[in-house]
Write a protein that binds this ligand. Structure first.
Ligand code: ATP
Length: 323
């Protein structure tokens, strides 16, 4: 049996009230040691509130939680020794704060650690610059570096890539993967479905303070069912007979893709793919390539909650204002 100390995070019936608003309304969570656990949900779902309670930054109004078996409500000081937190808008332009953290170590150790982190996060070119001149991506990496000075075994990341450009986002993903390869556990929130898909071993989908689903990204996709049959025809001129055959066999209208000879069609069961291919061969339609794609997490989210994630991109300018 898994015990609380085997798990990085255990939460049971977690509740947070803001007046009448049940921002977190009875969430159970188990994060295993050494995994990347993603909390996925739209704006206002309660992700930040849940993370803040687990990180001892916000009072827990109901339920219980443990970090590596340490009670978050009764032993918050011990919990703080085990965690690193970076926030959505955490400002890092306080050099003093950073050096204050550093000076908790000996001078020599602090200098060595700072150089290592600056190297690790690709901040060399910016090391001598005023932080005010940093780009959003650079600040975010410095923020993460600062939270890792003590190498905490559990790292909370609140929307680590919101508002970053795709390249910086990719770098952040690599950094997060390397933290886990070094033995840390990561609990991150995200409103990006592809981020949860790419990065997380397991995902909890949160909507309006409730957990509506949990599993690996693959399990979530499979739970929704429907897949798509993706075909590319050897001869693009056979598009219309191929469409007729598929529509007859699958009772679904195929959708041509932008590239010549490409057709996508929804499947109710995976077995239908074989029926479709046999019918196409009988109809003398030759196929260049075929694959069966599972639904995207976007479709999963829609199926689970009845609405989309209402993504809102936060630009660097908005982040400036928030600071
Ligand atoms: P986002 O992606 O916007 O950060 P989220 O999933 O993290 O969304 P939370 O910030 O946890 O959502 O907010 C959950 C709910 O709690 C929202 O309805 C929000 O308005 C409310 N809320 C959050 N913090 C406070 C606060 N300090 N006081 C009052 N209400 C709050």
């Amino acid at each position: 049996m898994t015990t609380k100390t085997d798990l990085a995070v255990t939460a049971s019936g977690l509740v947070k009230l803001f007046g009448e608003n049940r921002a977190v309304d009875g969430i159970d969570l188990e994060v295993r040691r050494g995994e990347i656990f993603g909390v996925l949900g739209p704006n206002g779902a309660g992700k930040t509130t849940m993370l803040s309670m687990l990180a001892t930054l916000l009072r827990i109004d109901g339920g219980e939680a443990w970090v590596f078996g340490v009670d978050v409500i009764r032993q918050p000081h011990q919990v703080r020794q085990l965690i690193g937190v970076t926030g959505q808008y955490a400002s890092v332009d306080e050099n003093l704060w950073l050096f204050g953290r550093l000076l908790g170590l000996s001078r020599i150790d602090a200098q060595a650690r700072a150089s290592t982190l600056i190297g690790q996060f690709g901040l060399e070119e910016a090391a001598d610059r005023q932080i005010a001149t940093f780009s959003g991506g650079m600040r975010r990496r410095l923020d993460l570096a600062a939270s890792l000075i003590r190498r905490p075994p559990l790292i909370f990341l609140d929307e680590p890539t919101t508002g970053l450009d795709p390249r910086t986002r990719g770098q952040m993903w690599d950094t997060i993967r390397s933290l886990v390869a070094d033995g840390s556990t990561v609990l991150l929130t995200t409103q990006y479905l592809d981020e949860a898909d790419q990065l997380a071993d397991r995902v909890a989908v949160i909507d309006r303070g409730h957990k509506v689903a949990e599993g690996t990204p693959d399990e979530l996709k499979t739970s929704v069912g429907a897949s798509t049959l993706q075909l590319r025809l050897a001869d693009p001129d056979q598009l219309s007979p191929a469409s007729e055959i598929l529509e007859r066999v699958l009772r679904q209208e195929p959708v041509p893709t932008p590239e010549a000879g490409g057709l996508n069609v929804a499947l109710e069961t995976a077995d239908q793919a074989a029926e479709a291919l046999i019918a196409l061969r009988q109809g003398r339609v030759s196929i260049a390539s075929v694959s069966v794609a599972k639904p995207s997490l976007d479709e999963v989210f829609l199926a689970l909650t009845g609405h989309d994630t209402q993504e809102h991109e936060i630009t660097d300018d908005e982040m400036e204002v928030a600071r």
